[in-house]
Ligand binder design. Structure first.
Ligand SMILES: [Zn+2]
Length: 308
């Protein structure tokens, strides 16, 4: 009787704290909102989800806060992008959390990029002294919907491994998500078809998987190398290339200062597309499909405005 009363107090306590359902839930921390969207889609109410980097932030550079360490100390699973996207901030947070369950190599640590084939893998070795922040290939894989299906599948399998009670539900939700993406992909492919082989430029290499999926051709980047700020000599050369090749648009990640992209556009005749790169990165982008819809519709509108 005393035990039953104690149990009832525990359940009530958990309910008061807003944790529902009380005991079976998997506590997941994702580095990015896109991964958070996948975890929520797969896990529904059976996961307690926290996300560190907001959709309007540069995921390469996040200021480590003690509150993130607290979240990680209680987590059953951490889902990161990988390919060193978070190398500047996640390892120190994981170490500081002192939670062996989420150490790299354990089931509680998953890098989603292990499920995809990276592009832009450097050839001829990596020279870290030059500050390249994509040493193992381009980590921004989530802007290709085909990659997001692979990532979702890997996340669902890991969640099923950690929470066998809900494994069938996680797998069913994953299949439903993949079907949703397949249907949307028909629409995106048709919308983008007229622009196949269009030449574009961009600030950082964030959109390369999007370009790759829909057949756009990146002629260059404002950054000298990934993570290396633009130098005047490089920009002069890029402006010349944009003019000579009549490149209509410059993709610009909305978390970067626009002044350099605007200057290049002004001197080359191209049009700047300032775009979100993640779920939650702009008003009205609450889902992955809305993110890709936003990129597709703003690209098409930008192509209509450009007069190279
Ligand atoms: Zn990057």
């Amino acid at each position: 009787m005393i035990r039953k009363a104690f149990f009832a107090v525990l359940v009530l306590g958990a309910t008061w704290l807003g944790a529902s359902p009380a005991f079976a839930e998997l506590r997941v921390v994702t580095t990015t909102t896109d991964l958070g969207y996948l975890v929520r889609t797969i896990g529904g109410d059976h996961v307690q989800l926290d996300t560190i980097c907001q959709g309007s932030q540069d995921p390469h550079f996040v200021q480590a806060r003690p509150s993130y360490m607290v979240l990680l100390s209680r987590a059953d699973l951490v889902v990161a992008v990988g390919l060193e996207l978070e190398v500047g901030w996640l390892p120190s947070l994981v170490q500081g959390a002192r939670n062996p369950a989420i150490n790299p190599g354990r089931p509680g640590y998953l890098e989603a990029a292990t499920a995809i084939h990276p592009i832009d893998v450097p050839t001829g070795g990596v020279d870290r002294s030059r500050g390249d922040i994509h040493p193992f290939g381009n980590p921004h894989f989530w802007l290709d919907p085909a990659n997001v299906k692979l990532a979702a599948h890997a996340i669902a399998e890991r969640m099923a491994q950690l929470d066998a009670t809900n494994a069938a539900l996680f797998r069913a939700n994953d299949r439903a998500f993949e079907q949703r993406i397949d249907r949307a992909m028909v629409r995106w492919t048709a919308q983008m078809a007229p622009y196949r082989n269009a030449k574009v430029a961009s600030y950082h290499a964030t959109f390369n998987y999007f370009f790759h999926r829909f057949g756009l051709s990146a002629i260059g980047y404002l950054e000298d190398r990934p993570g290396i700020p633009p130098s005047p000599a490089h920009l002069v050369d890029l402006i010349r290339q944009i003019r000579e090749q009549h490149v209509p648009v410059i993709f610009h990640e909305s978390f970067y200062n626009r002044s350099t992209s605007d200057m290049v556009a002004g001197r080359s005749g191209a049009h700047v597309l300032a775009l979100p790169t993640s779920v939650g990165g702009a008003a009205g982008i609450g889902s992955y499909e809305q993110l890709i819809d936003y990129l597709v519709s703003h690209f098409i509108a930008g192509m209509g405005q450009a007069h190279p």
